[in-house]
Write a protein that binds this ligand. Structure first.
Ligand code: FRU
Length: 492
C-alpha cells in the first residue's frame, strides 16, 4: 500500500520543482500562445498552442481547458489536430449568436478561426463546435483566406463589430497588421492595413487583438490594438507585446500617438502573445499571456511540461498626462486562493532592521505593500531566498523605476541573457509606491501603482529557497502597510 501511495504522489504532475501552483499549465508537454479565448454558456475556454508529443515546440495542435472562474481549470482533450492544410497555429474563437455562418441550423455555437501552417505556407481556416467546444468540425471550404504575397500571414483575431454589423479579422502580416471583413465568417474581404511605420519593429509582428474600452468613468472610449513582436537576437529583451491606442470605425484603425511612440503591455521578460477573451458576461476585457520568451522558451529547465500562462488580468484604460494608457489587475477571482492574512503597518525599514518576514516563508504568495519614500536609494523585497539565491523586486528612488533582478534567482545557465535586471518607470503617487506581487513556484508578477506598470518574469529557484525579506540601500523607507497571503494551489 505504502508503495502505491508514493507512486501516486510521484506521478502527480503538479508537484515538480518549478510547476506553477496557481497559473495555468498543461498537464504535460509543450505549450505556447493562448488561443481561441471565448466565454460561452458559463465557461471560459482557453485553447493553447500545444505539442502533445514533447516538451519542445513541434507540429501545433490546440490544447483545451475550461474554467468557470478563470482561476481553476479543467483539462479537456485536444481540440484541433493538424490536417491536410497544415498544423494549427494561433487564432481566436467567437460565439456565432445569429448563425451567420449557417453552421448551427439557426441556433448558436462556437466558431474557431486559426492559421493553418503548411511548411512556409500560412492560410486561415475555420472550425465549428455544436457541443460547447468539446468537439470540432473543420469547414470543408478551408482555407478561407490566403494571400501568397505574404509568407508571415497568421494569428487571426475575430470579433463582431456592432455598428457596421460585420465580423472583423485582424491578422499579423510580417511588419504590419491587415484587417478583413466578413458577413458569414467564411468569405473575407480586405479592408485596411496598419503599422508598417508605427510602434516597435524589433521583431516580426504576431498575435494581434483589437477592442474598445471605456476610459475610466469619463463615458468616452478608445480602441486598443495589441501586437506582439517576436524575438530578434539583436535585442536582449526578446519577444514582447506592445499596444496602440486609437480609433476604429469598422474599417480602419487610426493611431492616436506618433509613429515613434512605443507602449508596452509589460516590462518584464515573460509575457508574450497575450490576447483577450471574447463574449465575456460582464463586458470586462480579460487578458492572458504566455509566460515565456522565444529567446529561451524551448530550453527552460522544467521537466515533463514547459511554459505557463500569466495570471488572467482585467484591462482598463486611464487618462494620464502622456495620454490614454492601459492599466492591469489580476481578475478578482484570484482573491479566492488566499489563506490566512498577515499584516504589518507603519514600520521604518533601514539597512539594520530585523527581517520582519523571517517567519513568513513560501513559494506561492501574494504581497500587497505600500511604501513611503524617505532616504533609501532602493527598497523592496527579496523573494525565494536562501544563502545562495534571491530574486529582488525593488524600487530605485533615484531613477524612479521598479525593477526585477533575477541575476541570482536560481538556475539560469540555460541561456546567457536569462540572468538580468530590468526595470519600468514608475512615478511615486503622493510620495508613495504601491506594489502588488504574486510569486508562484517559478514566476513573479509585479503590479506597480495599481497596475500602471506591470512586470512578469519567470525564475527557476531551488525548491528550498523559500525565504522572504524587506531590503533597503542607502537609507530608510517607511512601510506604510503590508498584507501577505499564502495562496492555495488551483490543482488540488
Ligand atoms: C507566437 C507564434 C504565432 C504562431 C504560433 C506558432 O508565439 O509564433 O505567431 O501562430 O506562435 O506556435
Amino acid at each position: 500500500m505504502v508503495l502505491e501511495t508514493s507512486k501516486l504522489l510521484s506521478s502527480d504532475p503538479y508537484t515538480e520543482n518549478y510547476r506553477p501552483q496557481f497559473h495555468f499549465t498543461p498537464e504535460s508537454n509543450w505549450m505556447n500562445d493562448p488561443n481561441g479565448m471565448v466565454y460561452y454558456e458559463g465557461e471560459y475556454h482557453l485553447f493553447y498552442q500545444y505539442h502533445p508529443y514533447s516538451t519542445v515546440w513541434g507540429p501545433m495542435h490546440w490544447g483545451h481547458a475550461v474554467s468557470t472562474d478563470l482561476i481553476h481549470w479543467e483539462h479537456l482533450p485536444i481540440a484541433l489536430y493538424p490536417d491536410e492544410n497544415g498544423a494549427i497555429f494561433s487564432g481566436s474563437a467567437v460565439v456565432d449568436w445569429d448563425d451567420s455562418s449557417g453552421f448551427f441550423n439557426g441556433g448558436t455555437g462556437l466558431v474557431a478561426i486559426f492559421t493553418s501552417a503548411d511548411g512556409p505556407k500560412q492560410t486561415q481556416s475555420i472550425a465549428y463546435s455544436t457541443d460547447k467546444g468539446r468537439t470540432w468540425i473543420k469547414y470543408e471550404g478551408n482555407p478561407v483566406l490566403s494571400d501568397e504575397n505574404y509568407p508571415d500571414f497568421r494569428d487571426p483575431k475575430v470579433f463582431w463589430h456592432e455598428d457596421t454589423k460585420k465580423w472583423v479579422m485582424i491578422l499579423a502580416v510580417g511588419n504590419h497588421v491587415r484587417i478583413y471583413l466578413s458577413d458569414d465568417l467564411k468569405t473575407w474581404n480586405f479592408a485596411s492595413e496598419f503599422g508598417r511605420e508605427a510602434g516597435s519593429h524589433d521583431g516580426v509582428w504576431e498575435c494581434p487583438d483589437l477592442f474598445a474600452l471605456p476610459i475610466g468613468e469619463t463615458g468616452a472610449k478608445k480602441w486598443v490594438m495589441i501586437v506582439s513582436i517576436g524575438n530578434d537576437d539583436a535585442y536582449l529583451e526578446g519577444s514582447r507585446t506592445q499596444y496602440f491606442i486609437g480609433e476604429f470605425d469598422g474599417n480602419t484603425f487610426i493611431n492616436d500617438n506618433t509613429t515613434e511612440t512605443v507602449l508596452w503591455i509589460d516590462y518584464g521578460r515573460d509575457n508574450y502573445a497575450g490576447v483577450t477573451w471574447s463574449d465575456t458576461p460582464d463586458e470586462k476585457r480579460k487578458f492572458i499571456g504566455w509566460m515565456s520568451n522565444w529567446k529561451y522558451a524551448n530550453i527552460t529547465p522544467t521537466k515533463g511540461w514547459r511554459s505557463a500562462m500569466t495570471l488572467p488580468r482585467e484591462l482598463s484604460l486611464i487618462s494620464t498626462p502622456e495620454g490614454v494608457r492601459i492599466i492591469q489587475a489580476p481578475v478578482k477571482e484570484i482573491n479566492s486562493l488566499r489563506k490566512e492574512k498577515r499584516e504589518w503597518k507603519d514600520q521604518v525599514i533601514g539597512a539594520d532592521s530585523e527581517n520582519l518576514l523571517s517567519d513568513f516563508r513560501g513559494k506561492a504568495i501574494e504581497i500587497i505593500a505600500e511604501f513611503e519614500l524617505h532616504s533609501a536609494a532602493e527598497f523592496g523585497f527579496l523573494v525565494r531566498t536562501s544563502s545562495e539565491e534571491k530574486t529582488i523586486i525593488g524600487y530605485d528612488a533615484t531613477k524612479q523605476e521598479i525593477f526585477i533582478d533575477r541575476q541570482h534567482s536560481g538556475e539560469s545557465s540555460f541561456h546567457p541573457s536569462f540572468a538580468c535586471r530590468h526595470s519600468a518607470s514608475v512615478k511615486p503617487a503622493g510620495n508613495r509606491i504601491p506594489l502588488r506581487l504574486f510569486l508562484d513556484w517559478s514566476s513573479v508578477e509585479v503590479f506597480a501603482n495599481h497596475g500602471k506598470s506591470v512586470m512578469t518574469d519567470i525564475i527557476f529557484p531551488s525548491s528550498t529557497s523559500e525565504g522572504l525579506a524587506l531590503f533597503t540601500t542607502g537609507g530608510d523607507v517607511t512601510l506604510v502597510s503590508l498584507e501577505m497571503y499564502h495562496l492555495k494551489s488551483i490543482w488540488k
